[in-house]
Design a protein around this ligand. Structure first.
Ligand SMILES: Nc1ncnc2c1ncn2[C@@H]1O[C@H](COP(=O)(O)OP(=O)(O)O)[C@@H](O)[C@H]1O
Ligand SMILES: [Mg+2]
Length: 289
């Protein structure tokens, strides 16, 4: 077994009295995708913040390249090769794609008073790096705000790969996307994995996770509700666990009972009057024959 790029071992995090994470363990390996699944409030973002140096865990161990550490800033995480793409993507919409690609790390040319941004190089590099990931942008001069959400995610992923990230953390990259764009983004997530990065993919969609994931960690209200490797779980099982199998069963029961109960007790759940016939339905909820 190779050393994990990132390993969490029994990690916990509280915000005041709120338990956001309790005893969570996971591994991120080079050339693999570790999926973290969970509903809203499960603790996914908190987990990301610990891995990306924004927040410090208050119990358990975080290891990077096998070495125990408590990251004290995003800069420190980045220096260790951990790049995070947040859902809201810190981009400047009106700036060209190439400018956003190099934001904060612009190469310069010339010396002293003649020093200026090496625009030609940034353009060419951006185009080449995007192509290398299989993204053929017609024009890297277009404002990044004109790209679709999926394309912007892809640019962010290509950027992390270009700047030498070893670990790529993605916070719900497909959450706001349709089926087709989600597929495109997942393709680039897989491309980052194939480039040898260890990827952490946060999602609440078990289908997306199962398409690309090697490892799966399920979070529920801050605690681990499951931990699987690809060959130990099927999509059906993953979906069931995500939906909370028994909770879903109870809900189905409720929904099946509800309309009937409503009609008997208070005459509720009446069908609306039929506009085509202009006749109201009777108060018992029956419709005229
Ligand atoms: N900065 C914070 N201060 C207080 N509570 C927080 C903070 N961030 C998150 N929480 C709480 O921690 C829990 C987990 O939140 P979060 O990690 O954002 O979950 P997720 O990303 O899965 O929706 C929630 O109950 C949330 O309200
Ligand atoms: Mg979140």
């Amino acid at each position: 077994m190779t050393t994990a790029l990132v390993e969490l071992d029994g990690v916990s995090k509280h915000y005041g009295g709120v338990r956001a994470l309790q005893d969570v363990s996971l591994q991120v390996h080079a050339g693999e995708i570790t999926c973290v699944l969970g509903d809203n409030g499960a603790g996914k973002s908190t987990l990301i913040k610990i891995i990306s140096g924004l927040h410090r865990h208050d119990a358990g161990t975080l290891r990077v390249d096998g070495r125990e550490t408590a990251l004290s800033s995003p800069r420190e995480a980045l220096d260790l090769g951990i790049a995070t793409v947040y859902q809201d993507l810190a981009v400047v919409p009106l700036m060209p794609v190439w400018r956003n690609f190099f934001l904060g790390s612009e190469p310069t040319t010339g010396k002293g008073p003649f020093k200026r941004l090496d625009v030609a190089r940034m353009r060419a590099t951006t185009r080449a790096e995007l192509l290398r990931m299989g993204i053929d942008l017609r024009d890297v001069d277009q404002p990044i705000g004109t790209l679709s959400g999926g394309e912007r995610q892809c640019v962010a992923i290509a950027r992390a790969v270009h700047f030498g990230a070893k670990v790529l953390v993605l916070d719900e990259p497909t959450a706001a996307l349709g089926v087709k764009q989600s597929g495109v983004v997942l393709t680039y997530v897989a491309a980052a994995r194939d480039a040898g990065l260890g990827v952490v993919l946060i999602t609440h969609n078990p289908h997306h996770a199962h398409l690309v994931g090697d490892r799966f960690v399920l979070l529920k209200r801050g605690v681990m509700a499951g931990s699987h490797t690809r060959d130990s779980v099927t999509l059906d099982e993953l979906t069931r666990q995500m939906a909370g199998g028994s909770e879903l069963e109870a809900l189905r029961h409720e929904l099946e009972r509800a309309p009937a109960a409503g009609r008997i007790e208070d005459g509720g759940h009446r069908p609306p009057p039929d506009p085509r016939r202009g006749r109201p339905t009777d108060p018992q909820g029956r419709q005229d024959p």
